[in-house]
Design a protein around this ligand. Structure first.
Ligand SMILES: Nc1ncnc2c1ncn2[C@@H]1O[C@H](COP(=O)(O)OP(=O)(O)OP(=O)(O)O)[C@@H](O)[C@H]1O
Ligand SMILES: [Mg+2]
Length: 310
């Protein structure tokens, strides 16, 4: 059984305009997403800017209103998470994209990290300080940092504070929205490896959002690729990286440099094939509105958005 299951999720935002602010239409930010994550695994959501990744994550956690569809967590319907039990709400936490803007600059580290704790647990001041110090140690920061402000930390350290806040309530599932994209490449690897360590240690399940396929390859077991609110392809890491089927996926995969010299010729050939197919047959992969077709299975694990044959 899957741990988190999202069924035909749609999030449509009204577009208002004119003198009376009437609804003129809708932005179909998420338009029929299905995904399923197993316990303890990492599911990667990839796609270019504006493809609907963040909206998907925010909808699951109740920060965006769901237009239609269903979200199940541990078999329980949490589509309307605001009215779900408090336990469920503490079980799912989010790490936000930008550690520079997601931490309140006027608050000290102790208040930032203990904010979720205060919503759910009655701790004495002493217990709270101890918990925050333990969390700081767990994320590799000095426990003496509790009285500092966010600006006194580097980007990587700030994201560790964001992670400490997210894990303060011992959640089961973390939605990590581009957790390293605001960081230098050298710091990215440290934070990613650290996220994998705490995943093992705390038995976490991740929904990992990124536009960077290299990062997704490093982190994820299952992958979904979004384009304009829809999926173009979904499968295991092997399906996506060794056997990409949709031209959009192929282009993303071909763009990742292959650093293994033994694969060089093969990779260059693949890149050339993709370039040719992109120039000659790109339109065949999308419908008249330029959107992805419904997904079709190509194996037990692998789905691709292709026009129906016949
Ligand atoms: N609150 C909102 N109201 C109206 N439109 C919105 C809202 N939030 C997002 N959108 C639109 O929905 C679409 C998807 O946005 P979303 O932020 O989910 O994309 P994303 O894949 O996370 O992109 P990025 O990689 O840039 O973070 C975009 O067209 C965006 O403008
Ligand atoms: Mg986003």
């Amino acid at each position: 059984m899957s741990y988190l299951e999202v069924k035909d999720l749609k999030v449509h935002f009204p577009v208002k305009g004119g003198l009376f602010g009437r609804t003129l239409g809708h932005v179909k930010a998420v338009d029929g997403v299905n995904l399923s994550i197993e316990k303890g695994k990492t599911y990667g959501l990839v796609g270019e800017s504006g493809s609907g990744k963040t909206t998907t994550g925010r909808a699951i956690i109740g920060l965006n209103k769901i237009t239609s569809g269903q979200v199940l967590f541990e078999g329980q319907d949490i589509t309307n998470i605001a009215s779900a039990s408090k336990d469920v709400r503490r079980d799912i936490q989010m790490i936000f994209q930008d550690p520079y803007s997601s931490l309140n600059p006027k608050k000290r580290v102790i208040d930032i990290i203990s904010e979720p704790l205060r919503n759910y647990e009655k701790l004495t001041k002493g217990e709270e300080t101890k918990r925050v110090q333990e969390l700081l140690e767990l994320v590799g920061l000095s426990p003496e940092s509790i009285l500092k402000y966010p600006h006194e930390f580097s980007g990587g350290q700030r994201q560790r504070i964001g992670i400490a806040r997210a894990i303060a309530l011992k959640p089961k599932l973390i939605i990590a929205d581009e957790p390293v994209s605001a960081l230098d490449v050298s710091v990215q690897a440290q934070v990613l490896n650290f996220m994998q360590e705490i995943q093992q240690e705390l038995g976490l399940t991740y929904l990992f959002i990124s536009h960077d396929l290299g990062v997704i390859k490093h982190m994820c077991d299952q992958i979904g690729i979004m384009y304009k609110g829809r999926y173009v392809e979904a499968g295991t890491k092997e399906d996506i990286f060794n056997n990409p089927q949709h031209i959009y996926t192929k282009r993303l995969v071909a763009a990742i440099p292959d650093i293994n010299p033994r694969n060089r010729d093969k990779h260059l050939q693949f890149r050339q094939e993709v370039k040719n197919e992109y120039e000659q047959a790109y339109n065949q992969y999308f419908d008249d509105e330029g959107l992805a077709y419904p997904l079709q299975p190509v194996s037990d694990t692998h789905l691709v958005a292709l026009p129906e044959k016949g």
